[in-house]
Design a protein around this ligand. Structure first.
Ligand code: EPZ
Length: 439
């Protein structure tokens, strides 16, 4: 398994470009199931999770191609197998996003339950309850969701989510796009990725209003046509690089990302004393966000919450920043029940963090020290990279396949900013026993 090695203590300076957002690209790809016409995607990131979703669509019989410019063509007119097998779903729980589109297009679906996840139980009960309200008959057995639509076509329904669910909102919005009648989603997710999906569905002919608010109205149509879709910027990736500049005492600009995607995060950085400058896209330039340290950051308290609150996907990265800030900060995680897996690894680097249920109290120290650490989940691994950039000495992060799920060419982009970082890919022959070696 690959590892990433970082020699810390070097300030990062310069400009990188944000990739397309993983969490927007995944539902956009699933939306191709809703039409038998070709769909073309632009700014598709090169990530393991995207490869998994493309494999899933191909496994259903779709014709999928991706060039190295981030352009993907999907044609599901040849799809005949409405399944998402365990072998694929176990590597990416967002595979569940094909459930609503498969039911809407084919009237049946067999999708593996995602199973456990490092950051929490992450059930999909709200997805299933919503689809049942729309006329699906669902059985869960042998680790699979077996769903059918006896009436042949889903019908509109009023669905009030008990909790805000991002992919739950996306799954049901896609199912409702082809349903007979009107669907109202109440307490819907307001994330920018949900709005990117709604915009994309509208460009395919869907009738959707209210996206970006807590109440979304979908008036089902009988069919959707193909379209050219563009993935929005990855706000979580962009914020991670801005944090890399700050934690290393540098000055980093991320291009092709709109500041209003990160209002809550940028507000907390300003509270911590960072200098934050933003620029909107114009005919002469792309949008951009610049962050630079003006001395040691001050400690700041955060509490994660659904958009437009502080993103849970930036909690681990912000904690890394607070590990070397002056003073103590309180970090509350309200979305997932086990999203502090990075804490034990940060402690190995000298961080002073006390956990009490879903609350972490971080006492900032002058400097972390490099150490061998282990990535446990996608955003936890990003926080270890940030800590390694700031630490004195060498940090070796193992199990970096977690990072590759959500960060495109991370060591290349950080190296571009001046980080001393490299990837180590062990060769299997290193462990092959030489012929002469005694058994
Ligand atoms: C999406 O996950 C994102 N993934 C996550 O990003 C993100 O952390 C999360 O939203 C919250 O913003 C994608 O978009 C692919 P939820 P999702 O449904 O939709 C509970 C990353 O690092 N819940 O909004 O799976 C759930 O357990 C990933 O890029 C139910 O109880 O999250 C959680 O406590 C990690 N029943 C809360 O709701 C359900 O049916 C919010 O989960 C669904 C969710």
């Amino acid at each position: 398994m690959d590892s990433i090695i970082i020699q810390g203590g070097r300030p990062l300076n310069g400009t990188v470009e944000a990739s397309g957002a993983k969490n927007a690209a995944l539902p956009l790809l699933a939306a191709a199931i809703l039409t038998d016409k070709p769909v073309i995607y632009h700014r598709m990131p090169h990530l393991r999770d995207i490869t998994t979703m493309i494999t899933l669509l191909a496994n259903q019989g779709a014709d999928v191609s991706m060039d190295d410019q981030g352009c993907v063509h999907v044609d599901t007119s040849t799809s005949t197998n409405p399944e998402a097998p365990y072998e694929l779903v176990k590597t990416m729980r967002a595979s569940a996003l094909v459930l609503g589109p498969l039911l809407a297009r084919f009237g049946r679906a067999r999708v593996s339950l995602p199973g456990g996840c490092a950051i929490g139980a992450r059930p999909m009960d709200m997805h299933l309850k919503g689809l049942e309200a729309m006329g699906a008959v669902i059985e869960v057995e042998h680790g699979y969701v077996d769903a059918t639509v006896p009436a042949g076509r889903l019908h509109g329904a009023r669905i009030a989510f008990d909790k805000v669910t991002v992919t739950g909102t996306e799954n049901l919005m896609m199912a409702a796009a082809l349903a007979d009648g009107v669907t109202i989603l109440e307490n819907a997710a307001r994330e920018p990725e949900v709005v990117n999906l709604a915009d994309s569905l509208r460009s395919m002919g869907a009738d959707i209003t209210g996206d970006g608010s807590s109440n979304i109205r979908i008036c089902g149509v009988t069919s959707l046509h193909g379209a050219d879709l563009t993935v929005i910027a990855d706000r979580i990736e962009a914020a991670t690089y801005l944090a890399a500049g700050l934690i290393s005492g540098g000055d980093v600009t991320v291009r092709k990302v709109e500041a209003d995607l990160l209002d809550a995060f940028l507000a907390r950085l300003r509270d911590a004393g960072a200098i934050v400058e933003v620029g909107n896209a114009s005919k002469d330039s792309d949008s951009w966000i610049r962050c630079k340290a003006s001395g040691r950051l001050k400690s700041v308290n955060i509490e994660t919450s659904p958009h437009p609150g502080f993103p849970t996907d930036l909690q681990a990265q912000f904690m890394a920043l607070m590990c070397v800030a002056s003073g103590s900060s309180v970090i509350r995680e309200t979305i997932f029940e086990n999203r502090f897996m990075h804490v034990q690894e940060l402690r190995r680097m000298g961080a002073r963090i006390v956990l009490n249920g879903n609350t972490a109290v971080v006492e900032g120290i002058e400097a972390l020290s490099g150490a061998p650490v282990m990535a446990t989940d996608l955003r936890a691994s990003a926080s270890l990279v940030l800590a390694g950039l700031a630490a004195q000495g060498e940090t070796v992060i193992s199990r970096v396949y977690h990072i590759d799920r959500g960060y495109e060419r991370i060591e290349e982009k950080l190296g571009q900013l001046g980080a001393c970082i490299r990837r180590n890919t062990p060769h299997t022959d290193m462990f092959r026993r030489p012929e002469s070696a005694p058994i």
